[in-house]
Design a protein around this ligand. Structure first.
Ligand code: AKG
Ligand code: FE2
Length: 278
């Protein structure tokens, strides 16, 4: 499994619509209201990231995103925006529902690997949300404007909810394919941590988002990640004579730290933790 759209996940349609509506409202607020959350510190509890020019490739990355910690909801809620007034309630309810889906999927993944059902739950810590907003772009900017550049997520899994505007693309046999939104479905991506932990049985997904000239687009990414001290090398049960360990043991803290320190394409991020240099 690289990526799946999952329906009947149990998140009520009403909560999905409220979440997407609140997200849109937030990004329609006046600049000064949103920019209060701007920060370049990746460790801040909440931060707004705005569009920027990637000079090395001469492209404009148009995504704006509000990124924040969200589990447990009660611990972080007071630091979330109070404008629009529905934000804390709608986002809190959505996040609590997503968490349940996340745990169920992680249990199924653990079992599919022949590990104890709670193997991944045990190292699970947080849940980090990125509310992504892609303004409609001008036709003339199409060649130079990206939504989000090609990347893999530094997560165990990511649960992505998109509105009804297409934009997400995933790689399949070296070709980009569109993941057109299905009503109320969530997209589940495998992230880098699951790739390491599963000793490459699951492979993290290369994806990107393109922009649309007719309509703005909103997506909600829920990133599920381990605690700082969690060991995220291959599970011992998945290593043997026929399956040498592809990665060494490392902590999530080491991974996270190197992610910000070492400038390399996200697809190469895990190479730093390989058991043997090829
Ligand atoms: O908006 C999308 O479809 C993709 C967003 C994404 O890849 C992310 O937030 O990591
Ligand atoms: Fe992503």
């Amino acid at each position: 499994m690289l990526q799946h759209q999952v329906k009947n996940h149990g998140i009520p349609e009403m909560k999905i619509n409220s979440m997407l509506g609140t997200a849109r409202e937030f990004f329609h607020l006046p600049d000064e209201e949103r920019l209060k959350f701007r920060s370049t510190d990746p460790n801040s509890v909440i931060r707004l990231v705005t569009g920027f020019q990637d000079k090395t490739r001469n492209i404009f990355v148009s995504r704006q995103s509000l990124k924040f910690h969200s589990h447990p909801v009660e611990e972080y809620k007071s630091q979330w925006p109070s404008n629009p007034p529905s934000f804390r309630e709608n986002v809190g309810e959505y996040c609590a529902s997503v968490r349940e889906v996340e745990v169920a999927i992680l249990e199924a993944i653990s079992e599919s690997l022949g590990l104890e059902r709670d193997y991944i739950d045990k190292i699970l810590k947080g849940h980090y949300v990125s509310i992504n907003y892609y303004p409609a772009c001008q036709e003339s900017e199409l060649d130079v404007t990206y939504g989000v550049r090609t990347h893999t997520d530094p997560t165990i899994i990511t649960i992505l909810m998109q509105d009804d505007v297409p934009g997400l693309q995933v790689i399949n046999d070296d070709k980009w394919i569109n993941v057109n939104p299905l009503p109320n479905a969530v997209v589940v991506h495998v992230g880098d941590i699951l790739q390491a932990l599963s000793n490459y049985r699951y492979k993290s997904l290369l994806h990107q988002a393109i922009v649309n000239c007719e309509k703005e687009r909103v997506s909600i990414a829920s990133y599920c990640y381990p605690s700082d001290d969690a060991m995220i090398g291959p599970a011992k049960k998945l290593v043997g004579k026929d399956h040498p360990a592809i990665y060494k043991d490392f902590t999530y803290r080491e991974f996270h730290e190197s992610m910000w320190r070492v400038k390399c394409s996200t697809a190469k991020r895990l190479d730093l933790f390989k058991a043997r240099a090829d």
